[in-house]
Design a protein around this ligand. Structure first.
Ligand code: GLY
Length: 354
């Protein structure tokens, strides 16, 4: 097990990562405290015994329905009401035990309740382990727009243990690889490891190793730019178009949309001469190891979705972060018309390849 620390003017966050982390760290992190655990129906089904033994004796457990649909206002209100009726005090601790949805909504509840109570993130999916549990972004969706209501609120502790990956369905591994390949487009060492291991990206050993690397990369970014005024925007690579498609094409999950978004944005970066063909192809090869990229032809829909992106500075203009070369990404802007024409052209080229 390794420890990564994030210290910023407003927070201190300890991230324990690796095999045995739960066993070693959990007793000390929870010991003698009044806790309120938020989890989802999938995790509860799989880990009911673990929850009954470690969390239930220390406070109430709130179970939300599994899935993105739970990232809404009424679910948030349900959590807050339960915290109140459970008598959670300012000195209490909220534990988010689950994937990205649980982490985001429980983190938001922790940041709001009594203006902020201690938060412990225990991510149980690959995606939440490599990305969303670290760095303090919390959110719910509103009117179908992803993560549009939220706070920056750092967890005091994050416990990342690969033991939870044993029960993950294959699709969840694909989802996590979406964010991992994003880190490959930002960090040269991660990129090299991905290329070297491209034929066994899903192996336990590789995932354990790369999880630490992704968290270490993110921690470094968050130390420098906690509130996303500059550098942290790079962690959004692939997300502008990914989130935009997510609004219209419901069947895939977030990590898959990150890869699809990355593919379309790589197309744009190459056409604009920002990213070389060879490097783009090496990233595309990684993307295709994980998913088949669909030809999404709803360019107008993509524009409507991308218009909500938090990086945009003015109406009618889309901002996105695209891969430039190994270890370097660039933020670019374009008007809606140009964006729509790239989305259509990329979808057309995908159709021709089918
Ligand atoms: N998931 C991107 C970030 O935390 O900034």
């Amino acid at each position: 097990m390794k420890k990564i620390e994030i210290k910023t003017p407003s927070c201190e966050s300890d991230i324990y990562c690796g095999e045995g982390a739960i066993k070693k760290v959990l007793p000390e992190v929870l010991g003698g405290r009044n806790i309120f655990t938020v989890t989802d129906s999938n995790v509860y089904k799989l880990y009911g015994g673990f929850i009954a033994q470690n969390f239930a004796p220390l406070g109430e457990v709130h179970v939300i329905p599994a899935g993105e649909k739970s990232k809404n206002y009424s679910c948030l209100l349900g959590i807050l009401k339960h915290m109140l009726s459970a008598g959670l005090k300012r000195g209490g601790t909220v534990v988010a035990l689950g994937g990205g949805v649980v982490g985001d909504i429980a983190g938001l509840a922790a940041s709001l309740y009594m203006r902020g109570v201690r938060l412990v993130q225990i991510p149980t999916t690959l995606l939440s382990q490599v990305d969303s549990s670290v760095g303090g972004k919390t959110a719910i969706d509103l009117c179908g727009v992803k993560n549009i209501v939220g706070t920056f609120y750092q967890p005091g502790t994050v416990i990342v243990d690969p033991l939870f990956l044993k029960t993950l369905p294959a699709r969840e591994i694909r989802c996590g690889l979406g964010e991992i390949i994003k880190y490959g487009a930002l960090d040269k060492e991660i990129y090299v490891k991905l290329i070297e291991n491209k034929n066994h990206l899903k192996s336990d050993e590789f995932l354990r190793d790369i999880t630490y690397d992704c968290i270490a990369h993110k921690a470094e970014v968050v130390r420098k730019d906690e509130r996303e005024s500059g550098l942290r925007k790079t962690l959004n690579l692939g997300h502008t178009t990914g989130h935009a498609f997510e609004l219209f094409y419901k069947r895939k999950s977030h990590g898959e949309f990150v890869l699809i978004g990355m593919y379309y944005e790589l197309y744009i970066a190459v056409k604009k001469g920002i990213c070389g063909r060879e490097y783009a192809d090496s990233l595309i090869e990684l993307i295709k190891k994980v998913i088949t990229v669909p030809a999404y032809e709803n360019a107008a829909g993509a524009c409507r979705g991308a218009a909500y992106d938090k990086k945009n500075l003015k109406a009618g203009e889309i901002s996105m972060v695209v891969p430039a070369e190994a270890g370097r990404a660039e933020e670019i802007r374009m008007d809606m018309e140009e964006y729509a024409s790239y989305i259509s052209a990329c979808a057309q080229s995908l159709k021709e390849k089918l």
